[in-house]
Design a protein around this ligand. Structure first.
Ligand code: F6P
Length: 383
């Protein structure tokens, strides 16, 4: 029997976190439960400052569904199994998981709703092995790469932000007859690049799932200029690689962080395109703009569908797991089906096919389904 639940938000933020917090709080309060908010992932359970755990009553969640960020704060250095702890003046990773479980029990919390990505789901599963009673995960990442669910909240807003940027870049690219290379987020999966690239009319889309050939990319750029289009838009995921090449990193990871910081592939590509084709090129990194701002209506709705489903699963059963959209339904799937993998773009799926049909280049070898045009001949099916 549930009386008191807690909510936390972990990992990188995504538009829609506050809408989930509100929906979880309201549907729990409407059942007569108490709701606590844990600040900054699990940090609020370890650092016992007065505002590290807050009560989420109706007034605390009023008017927040449209706000970006998270009222609870978040961190991607908050894994309680390697918690930064001061030892002899230095921060060293320490296993603080038993303190998390003890504090959780001392606060009389019956279940946790954990909003996060793969890292947060992995932590939730490990904490349950250490004695946390019940956890329901709600899948969050703008990268849309969590296994088990059709979609994660935050993705649609990131795609809308990126599409808007591509619209703006079109006019300046055209005015200067330039190639604009736009680097977008997507470490292991190219969902943002693919969806925004199609919506925003890109000429080239480079994603981690399809290693690219620089020559093919340059061929496409030359073709654009030969056809008197005189500018080109290239969208590249931060994790895209040239065939036989390596991912570009901006900074290494420290002992508290799960991921190193990616970045730089867009600028490198712009320089390569300029020197190989002779066309003036510029690069833009959209970076954290993609994580910011107000969630669009699709994400606000998805977030609330997921948040309320989490509370219904808590009320109507005893299981733990992650909420996933499967078909049109919100289901609870075991953590084991989610953690440690990536949901990649289906390179033979309809969306990639659509892009190819539109003439968008992925920098790979043309397949027999792709159409090419050389300057002398009309449109022909490549063999
Ligand atoms: O939210 C996922 C993600 O957007 C990745 O695509 C990106 O590499 C990462 O977050 C960057 O996170 P941060 O700058 O917070 O470390």
């Amino acid at each position: 029997m549930i009386r008191r639940i807690a909510i936390n938000t972990g990992g990188g933020d995504a538009p829609g976190l506050n809408a989930v917090i509100r929906s979880v709080a309201l549907s729990a309060l409407n059942r007569g439960w108490e709701v606590l908010g844990i600040k900054r992932g699990y940090e609020g359970l370890l650092d016992e400052t007065p505002d590290s755990i807050i009560t989420l009553d109706r007034s605390a969640v009023r008017g927040i569904a449209h706000l970006g960020g998270t009222i609870l704060g978040t961190t991607n250095r908050g894994d309680p199994f390697k918690y930064p702890t001061l030892v002899d003046g230095n921060k060293v990773p320490t296993d603080a998981s038993s303190r998390v479980v003890e504090r959780f029990r001392a606060l009389g919390i019956d279940a946790l709703v954990a909003l996060g990505g793969d890292g947060s789901m992995t932590i939730a599963r490990k904490l349950m092995e250490r004695g946390l009673p019940r956890v329901i995960g709600v899948p969050k990442t703008i990268d849309n790469d969590l296994k088990g669910t059709n979609v994660t909240f935050g993705f649609a807003t990131a795609v809308a932000t990126t599409t808007d940027a591509l619209d703006k870049l079109h006019s300046t690219a055209q005015a200067h007859r330039r190639v604009m290379v736009v680097e977008v987020m997507g470490r292991h999966a190219g969902w943002i690049a693919l969806h925004a690239g199609i919506a925003g009319g890109a000429d080239v889309i480079l994603i981690p799932e399809i290693p690219y050939s620089l020559e093919r990319v340059c061929d496409k750029i030359r073709q654009r200029y030969e056809q008197r289009s005189d500018f080109a838009i290239v969208v590249i995921s931060e994790g895209a690689v040239e065939a036989g090449g390596e991912i570009m990193y901006k900074a290494g990871k420290d002992e508290f962080k799960e991921h190193a910081v990616l970045g730089g592939c867009g600028e490198r590509l712009a320089r390569q395109i300029e020197s190989l084709t002779g066309n003036e090129s510029r690069s833009v990194v959209l970076g954290h703009l993609q994580r910011g701002g107000s969630p669009i209506s699709f994400d606000r709705l998805l977030a609330q569908l997921m948040g309320c489903a989490a509370v219904r699963y808590l009320a109507n059963g005893n299981e733990s797991g992650m909420i996933a959209q499967v078909g049109d339904e919100m289901r609870l799937i075991p953590f084991d089906e989610v953690v440690g993998g990536t949901r990649c773009v289906d390179v033979d799926g309809d969306t990639v096919e659509t892009a190819r049909d539109l003439g968008i280049c992925f920098g790979d070898e043309p397949s027999n389904k792709q159409y090419v045009r050389d300057s002398a001949t009309p449109l022909v099916a490549a063999v």
